[in-house]
Design a protein around this ligand. Structure first.
Ligand code: PMP
Ligand code: GLN
Length: 386
């Protein structure tokens, strides 16, 4: 398939947010939270901006943030991380993903990817010269298809990308699934790029389990986090990478030529934020879970089919029980222009140009990380429409 960026379309998030604005629709499409921004973290950035300095920070990131990341890894996951050699600060998880893919993939390497997938993975894998091996998870349960996955691994597999909790379907991989993956990675001497940007958004009392904590995986995993998600500040674009030195070194080489650094005030404020007490992290989870439940209950009351969501700030829904049988992309346009509610089609999270069977076209993604009033108004608009 085509690796040229010139052949790519505009990301679905931009397309749908633009359309929402044009039509005065409530935007439950693009994933960004509203009403959860922690004022003290913002204040820490303000103070750091005033204090300066205003010139380049160290290429690997501010020491105070790298130390805070190491402390976070120990506190939440029991991981012993060397902040000087095993932590890299990037401008968002988006850059972290690109750094890792450009740093680790050599042309011809195979990369195992699970569909549905976040939209930045495939273009970068291909541009780095990687050969994607796509494996599909099937709704409504999105269980790991173990046989298909085992078949996707081979002698040329360099790495797999694992997004848990998983956008867009809200799946959290079970400990058993992680052990199965660890076994495959070990047998094929492959790495895992673990996109864990929603690590603090796992619900119903379950813990987040990084693949990196599974026995044998400490040296094979690149763990990616995002301050945008952890502090509901997606504008900030502070990404975090934790990996063993042998993996982090080539990744840092990519980073030095992609962005080199990230603004100091934001790094220092995120360092402060990572040290916040358990009440903050528990509160974020509880608050987001309440929003999930508010939206899910409202949709169910309308007769919409709601799929389970164990993490992230997204849930998928099926409008067929209402007698609506339009393909998801068309449904999302129609709901934006007519009902004034914007969602994102789940089919956008599949490779668009393979000869595989077409992706499911009956699911739409709701972002529930919004103010109660907006969730309620969106439900009211849908209620009037159907
Ligand atoms: N990975 C996933 C799965 C995401 O949903 C997002 C959200 N935007 C990102 C990466 C990118 O994160 P960031 O905004 O920190 O670049
Ligand atoms: N990750 C967010 C989502 O899934 C949006 C990121 C973006 O707009 N690029 O909606």
């Amino acid at each position: 398939a085509n690796a040229l960026f010139s052949s790519l379309g505009t990301t679905i998030f931009t397309v749908m947010s633009r359309l929402a604005q044009e039509h005065g629709a409530i935007n439950l499409g693009q994933g960004f939270p509203e009403g959860l921004e922690p004022p003290d973290v913002i204040e820490a950035a303000r103070a750091a901006l005033t204090a300066g300095p205003h010139q380049y920070p160290p290429m690997m990131g501010e020491p105070v943030l790298r130390q805070a990341v190491a402390a976070h890894e120990a506190r939440f996951y029991g991981l012993d991380i060397d902040w000087e050699r095993e932590v890299l600060v990037t401008s968002g998880a988006t850059e972290a993903l690109a750094d890792a893919l450009f740093g680790l993939i050599e042309p011809g390497d195979e990369v195992v990817l699970l569909e549905p997938l976040y939209d930045s993975y495939l273009p970068i894998v291909r541009r780095a010269g990687g050969i994607p091996r796509l494996v599909r998870l099937e709704p409504p349960h999105w269980d790991l298809p173990r046989e298909a996955l085992a078949r996707a691994f081979g002698p040329r597999t360099k790495l797999m990308i694992l997004n848990s909790p998983m956008n867009p379907c809200g799946k959290v991989f079970s400990p058993e699934e992680l052990v199965f993956l660890a076994d495959l990675l070990e047998r094929h001497d492959a790495y895992a790029l673990c996109d864990e940007v929603y690590e603090h958004l796992v619900f119903d009392g379950r813990p987040h389990v990084p693949l990196m904590t599974v026995p044998g995986m400490r040296e094979r995993c690149v763990r990616i986090g995002s301050a945008g998600k952890t502090f509901s500040l997606t504008n900030w674009k502070v990404g975090l990478i934790v990996a063993a030195p042998a993996l982090l070194e080539p990744i840092a080489k990519a980073h030095q030529y992609l962005t080199f650094t990230t603004p100091i005030p934001l790094q220092r404020a995120v360092a402060y934020g990572l040290g916040k007490d358990d009440a903050y992290f528990d509160g974020l989870k509880a608050d987001m879970q309440a929003r999930r439940d508010r939206l899910a209950r409202g949709l169910e009351a309308l007769g919409v089919g709601v799929l389970a969501c164990a993490g992230t700030y997204f849930l998928s829904a099926d409008f067929r029980p209402l007698g609506v049988d339009r393909p998801d992309a068309e449904l999302c346009r129609w709901l934006t222009t007519e009902a004034k509610v914007t969602l994102v089609p789940v089919s956008a999270f599949y490779a668009q140009d393979t000869s595989d069977s077409p992706p499911p076209a009956h699911l739409v993604r709701f972002c529930f990380a919004k103010r109660d009033a907006d969730l309620d108004e969106a439900l009211a608009r849908l209620g009037r429409f159907f």
